[in-house]
Design a protein around this ligand. Structure first.
Ligand code: UDP
Length: 204
């Protein structure tokens, strides 16, 4: 409910929704980590990872970037859930890794957001991907999954201040590299379907 989201926000999660176990598991990990830190004096770090992408993502695990890329390359319509006005902020994997690595080497034990604040609506993102892939695909609308967060953008002031970290790779560059990867997959790989759908996974 807080936008952009800082580390002091306690979150707003439906415990009994289809993604409740996933959401609460992430929250519990932070609780148990702080308990070990406080009670046992263990050195710990808590990275709050926002949407991340890059080459070698799993193609059909339900996340939006592989889903749209796969659809574009197979010549299918891009499936936007809801009206597509919900937003996400996508961080390129190299930036994400650098942020986590710097956090590891720091001595900061409270949560730190690691993500790219560049926010975009899913509908605009679908249009961007159609342009990038040059595929001329259409967009079709499907129902919005239950409890799909409507807005997500990290406030990364803390990471800037504590880690001297800022994402370096913009969406255009990152998506280009990511598309090169998906383009290099064989037709068999593109057609492979997974049995599990991990699409509803984020807490924050
Ligand atoms: N989404 C979509 N079409 C798809 C897959 C996902 O419109 O084929 C939407 C989804 O509803 C969500 C956003 O894209 O609003 C990001 O979904 P993803 O599963 O990648 O990440 P999360 O929802 O966990 O942030």
């Amino acid at each position: 409910l807080v936008h952009p989201q800082n580390e002091d926000y306690f979150g707003n999660v439906n415990t009994i929704s289809p993604r409740g176990v996933y959401d609460e598991a992430k929250r519990f990990q932070e609780s148990i980590t702080m308990a070990y830190h406080r009670f046992h004096g263990l050195e710990t770090r808590i990275a709050r990872i926002f949407n991340t992408y890059g080459p070698r993502m799993r193609l059909n695990d339900g996340r939006v970037i592989p889903a749209f890329m796969g659809q574009a390359l197979r010549g299918e319509d891009l499936t936007v859930f809801g009206d597509g006005k919900q937003t996400r902020s996508f961080c390129y994997v190299d930036d994400q890794v650098e942020g986590i690595y710097r956090l590891l080497l720091s001595d900061y034990s409270l949560p730190v957001n690691i993500g790219n604040p560049g926010e975009i609506s899913i509908l605009e993102f679908a249009e961007e991907i159609i342009k990038l892939t040059g595929t001329n695909q259409k967009i079709t609308f499907k129902p919005l999954p239950q409890d799909d967060p409507l807005q997500r953008q990290p406030d990364i002031s803390k990471a800037r201040e504590v880690l001297g970290w800022d994402p370096k790779v913009g969406r255009q560059e990152g998506m280009k590299t990511t598309f090169e990867y998906f383009k290099s997959l064989s037709k068999e790989e593109l057609d492979k379907r997974e049995h599990r759908d991990f699409s509803k996974r984020n807490t924050y």
